[in-house]
Design a protein around this ligand. Structure first.
Ligand code: GCV
Length: 735
């Protein structure tokens, strides 16, 4: 048979194949455009507004990025991707300036053109990681310059510039200077080596330990891009409940592989250090920080790490907390432990981030006071490369806590803020809760440590006490779910955390506005609606979970739903009853002078305000005070009625949030619309569950009737108590 005959004979098959190929192409192009949330806020979709598109295209008729480093290459790639997508055409990369406008990007060091455009002067106020974006001209040709003193500054500037286009801002007369206020802007992954994630609600760990170092998922680069776009410059890859295995040579090779992917985006890797690693890995008889054998072990381990990863960031340590080993096992202090590691890291400029999340039930003391009691006396005894990492509140990432009293109380030690991005106590992967209002509530809190103007933001950025080291950590909500964070709005919390780590003075509304425009739409209706629902969401969650200063009402282990009745756990402070102390007369934890005196850990005037039941802000009332059910609050309602009304308001709030979301139907893509819609259905049900379970229980204690017109719980207390969630995500088998 000749070839022609063969072709004819195979014609039907050929057509089937062709059809298949066309179908696959169509499918993949649909899939590539599917709004599955993978692109996060780095969506570079074509700008729809034709006028704006024309203006942008004129201003960026040509563009050039100068320099050759890996970081500059990332900037070039990002700009190419962004411009191509947003302007929907390939803009010539050229050093020729256009009469309508051009974009010139790079450090003055790398480019005579940038130098000639006045960069040195613009960079006067710019630090090592900052950048300047400004409009100038060469001859009569307008030029937009993105420059920095370093390549990473240039990359951050590029992301800022793309954000201007994504959020549809004018770019004709730019004069922007931006410096990060905080030096170490870190994510903390609580990721285990078996790929489970402690308190992770977005699938498994994105670190594919088993296949590293040879298999490099493209996701690692996208992770780095997303982080660099919001200024995050470090990542702690492993859980604070640490595994010593990470220090074994084969695991260090895996860490090196990740560090190599992140370096072009200015991201350093850090590891959690298990204090007993010398015993567990190499059979040393002790991990005593003052023992010379232990000191040499760590020095050698650190040298081994830096040989592989010259820009390694350092260690994060959870010691003598929740069963983790630490220096106290050898009658040494936290400072002894931190300093031993700090000495090993110092020759390489590495840092130790030593966590202050400690609470020992041996001391018969209010849990809220323990970290302060243990750490404040150590102020001044830490090495220069140690930061003490403090959670935002004194208990544990509750929906609302007063600020941790350690902020301002250790002026000789740089304190890092630890926020939780993953929503362990805020509806986990199911509830829409925008956390920026909670973060800013803490950051803007004036501690009065040095009189008025001693805001937490100024303490952690080093201003107040003149610290060169500064840091912020966010416990990551990232997993291998296609959309990264499980709930699509979890992305906004990752974004907001990064923006606040760069500038803790930013406003929650401003950040929401940026995120909505970059993630969903620039349409005013959509922005208005989604922003309203985001900004109301945290307060509403507090109302339906833990109103009026209540805290830790969560069910055992998984912390998923309510369990205010739980009273059978071996450690006193694991039981919700310890925190609410409800009895027939009243409810609340007396932390005033007549109780645990935790109020005394705050500076004046907060000490006195928290001490007084009438001056204490109502949102913290039951945190600091025991109040009788029948006592009257400012509103004129009894405490019992106010509590019922708060839970009700929380439920109504979620219904309102849902209605607001429904108002954007058809204005955003149906994939993401439907996903969030289903989540809000669940959130409505669960808000009602919180309300009914908590109020059924509190009523069984107070014996009071529900207020007039109150819709009573739909199920019995026994029903609520009987619910169990053995496979709730984010928990480990030991729970
Ligand atoms: C990593 C809480 C969480 C724990 C977490 C701990 C911590 O207790 O429930 O899962 O452990 O905080 O921050 O160390």
């Amino acid at each position: 048979m000749d070839c022609y005959g063969e072709e004819l004979e195979h014609y039907p098959q050929f057509m089937i194949r062709l059809g298949l190929i066309i179908w696959v192409c169509m499918f993949t192009s649909i899939f590539a455009n599917a709004e599955d949330g993978y692109q996060l806020w780095l969506r570079y979709n074509r700008i729809q507004n034709a006028n704006l598109l024309q203006r942008y295209t004129n201003s960026i008729a040509t563009w050039a990025v100068f320099g050759n480093s890996q970081v500059v290459e990332s900037a070039r790639n990002e700009l190419r991707l962004g411009l191509q997508g947003l302007l929907n055409k390939q803009i010539p990369e050229s050093t020729e300036l256009s009469p309508t406008g051009s974009l010139a990007v790079g450090t003055p060091h790398d480019s005579p053109l940038i130098r000639s455009l006045g960069a040195a002067q613009q960079l006067d106020q710019v630090d090592a990681e900052g950048y300047a974006i400004y409009t100038t001209s060469s001859g009569n040709f307008p030029v937009t310059v993105i420059t920095g003193n370093s390549d990473i500054g240039v990359l951050y500037g590029v992301f800022h510039f793309l954000r201007l286009l994504q959020t549809q801002q004018p770019i004709e007369n730019l004069s922007i200077v931006s410096n990060p206020k905080i030096k170490r802007r870190l994510l903390n992954h609580w990721d285990n080596l078996d790929r489970t994630v402690e308190r992770g609600y977005a699938g498994c760990s994105i670190w594919d330990w088993h296949r590293l170092p040879d298999f490099i998922s493209p996701r690692y680069t996208d992770y780095a891009r997303a982080n660099a776009s919001i200024g995050i410059n470090g990542t702690v890859l492993t859980n604070v409940n640490a595994n010593a295995l990470i220090f074994r040579a084969d695991y260090l090779d895996k860490i090196k592989a990740l560090a190599d992917v992140f370096r072009p985006y200015g991201i350093k890797v850090y590891l959690t250090a298990r204090f007993s690693a010398p015993i567990e890995l190499d059979g040393l008889p002790t991990a005593d920080p003052l023992d010379p054998r232990v000191q040499s072990w760590w020095q050698e381990k650190v040298a081994e790490i830096y040989k592989l990863i010259p820009d390694f960031g350092g260690f994060l340590v959870k010691a003598n907390s929740e069963g983790q080993p630490g220096p106290q096992n050898y009658n040494r202090t936290h400072a002894d432990g931190a300093n031993m590691l700090a000495d090993a890291l110092a020759p390489y400029n590495g840092v130790v981030m030593w966590r202050a999340f400690v609470y020992s039930n041996a001391a018969n003391e209010d849990r809220a006071k323990l970290a302060y009691n243990e750490f404040v006396p150590l102020d001044g005894s830490f090495r220069k490369n140690v930061l003490v990492q403090v959670k935002n509140g004194p208990i544990d990432f509750q929906p609302r806590e007063p600020v941790h009293p350690m902020f301002g109380a250790m002026p000789k030690t740089p304190l890092m803020m630890e926020f939780q991005i993953t929503q362990e106590y805020l509806g986990q992967g199911t509830h829409l809760v925008y956390l920026a209002p909670m973060y800013t509530e803490a950051l803007k809190f004036d501690t009065y440590a040095k009189g008025p103007g001693s805001e937490v933001a100024k303490i952690i950025d080093g201003q107040l006490d003149n610290h060169a080291l500064s840091g912020m950590a966010g416990v990551s909500n990232i997993g291998n779910d296609r959309n990264w964070t499980g709930h699509l709005f979890g992305q906004s919390n990752w974004f907001a955390y990064g923006r606040l780590a760069w500038d803790p003075d930013m406003d929650a509304a401003e950040i929401a506005d940026e995120w909505i425009r970059m993630t969903f739409s620039n349409e005013p209706d959509v922005i208005r609606a989604v922003s309203a629902l985001m900004l109301m969401s945290h307060e509403i969650c507090v109302q339906y979970m833990t109103p009026l200063g209540l805290h830790h009402l969560f069910d055992t282990g998984h912390h998923y739903g309510p369990g205010p009745w739980v009273n059978d756990l071996s450690q006193r402070e694991w039981n919700p009853t310890y925190y609410h102390q409800a009895d027939r007369q009243g409810i609340g934890f007396d932390r005033t002078a007549t109780g645990s005196n935790a109020t005394s850990q705050y500076f004046e005037p907060w000490h006195s305000r928290f001490e007084s039941p009438t001056e204490c802000p109502e949102k913290y009332l039951l945190w600091f005070h025991r109040v009788r059910w029948t006592d009257t609050l400012d509103s004129g309602q009894s405490l019992w009625e106010a509590l019922c009304r708060q839970y009700d308001a929380g439920c109504d709030g979620v219904v309102r949030m849902h209605a607001i979301w429904n108002s954007v139907v058809g204005k955003i893509d149906s994939e993401r619309y439907n996903e969030v819609d289903m989540m809000l259905h669940i959130q409505e049900k669960e808000a009602r569950w919180w309300r009914d379970a908590c109020l059924s229980y509190f009523q069984s204690i107070s014996g009071l009737p529900f207020p007039a017109g109150f819709d009573p719980p739909q199920k019995t207390l026994e029903y609520f108590k009987s619910r169990s969630f053995p496979y709730a995500p984010g928990t480990k088998p030991r729970w």
